[in-house]
Design a protein around this ligand. Structure first.
Ligand code: 5GP
Length: 204
């Protein structure tokens, strides 16, 4: 059986990764969404095991020790990590797996798993990003400035990714991701093993 495709949706904080991910998952029940562990406290509308697995820093450290994370990162003073067992087992069952993670985590994941598809979601402009972060109303001025300067730095890492999508309309972004998935699955490099006549001489 073919291995599933690992799809990593990443980008600076405030670009709308969460919304895109939600709409994509509503449309595509064939994709498995990885639920991360975090040391952040749950927000009012968040449920254990649905949005995250909420754990203590001690528990998180124990999982790092056990090498239980596919990738992990510290994002604004909280730890976030992707459980390795879920990702590995779904991929080997042939299921596509979606990760919605920060830029640092995506770069770590790429080192460990270069065969994934790494998608960079960006805002239409830095001004638009500032508007979005402000309209959330959850951050103080100092935090807003911190997020904006971090976002500018992260934008420079675009070359580490395979694809870039501007988030100007969620439905358009979702369609682009679906197109990327379809095209990736048609790549010769992902199909060689399925066709005897495509195998190179040394494999034949
Ligand atoms: P939030 O606290 O707003 O849910 O997420 C904060 C940031 O952490 C977002 O950029 C989100 O994509 C990222 N994030 C969520 N889960 C993970 C994870 O497992 N690994 C990494 N590296 N980042 C994550």
């Amino acid at each position: 059986m073919d291995q599933g495709l690992l799809i990593v949706l990443s980008g600076p904080s405030g670009t709308g990764k969460g919304t895109v991910c939600k709409v994509l998952m509503e449309k595509r029940s064939d994709i498995a969404l990885s639920i991360s562990c975090t040391t952040r406290k749950p927000r009012v509308d968040e449920k254990e095991g649905v949005h995250y697995f909420f754990i203590s820093e001690q528990e998180f450290n124990a999982l790092i020790e056990k090498e239980a994370f596919f990738e992990y990162a510290n994002v604004y003073d909280n730890y976030y990590g992707t459980p390795k067992s879920f990702v590995r087992s779904k991929l080997s069952e042939g299921k596509d797996v979606l990760l919605e993670i920060d830029v640092q985590g995506a770069l770590n994941a790429k080192k460990a798993f270069p065969d994934g598809v790494y998608i960079f979601l960006v805002p239409p402009s830095i001004e638009e990003l500032e508007c979005r972060i402000r309209s959330r109303g959850t951050e103080k001025e100092e935090q807003i400035q911190k997020r904006l300067s971090k976002a500018s730095g992260e934008m420079k890492l675009v070359d580490e990714y395979d694809y870039i999508i501007v988030n100007d309309r969620v439905d358009k972004v979702v369609k682009s991701i679906e197109n990327i998935i379809e095209a990736e699955k048609l790549k010769v490099s992902r199909n060689r093993e399925n066709f005897e006549y495509l195998r190179s001489d040394d494999q034949a």
